[in-house]
Design a protein around this ligand. Structure first.
Ligand SMILES: [Zn+2]
Length: 79
């Protein structure tokens, strides 16, 4: 009986240890060194129609099919 209790305690301890260990291994693992985040992917660069500065497509201010670096240049229009 004494050994049975010891065995149960040991089994529970191993169960807790394993359930704690698995997420620790999974969580901090870097997904992939080649692509750390979606933001690091190459973005399409657009030239401002007013001043010609290149901005990422996500940050460009669009008017029709023309891109601008800021709302000020969008209001000023193409140079
Ligand atoms: Zn501009």
């Amino acid at each position: 009986m004494k050994y049975l209790v010891l065995l149960v305690v040991l089994a529970v301890a191993i169960g807790i240890w394993r359930s704690r260990r698995v997420p620790d291994d999974a969580a901090p693992r870097p997904s992939s060194p080649s692509s750390p985040s979606p933001r690091a992917l190459p973005q399409d660069m657009l030239a401002c129609a007013h001043c010609g500065v290149h901005i990422p497509q996500a940050e460009a201010v669009m008017r029709g099919d023309q891109a601008y670096c800021c709302t000020e240049h969008r209001q000023l229009g193409p140079a």
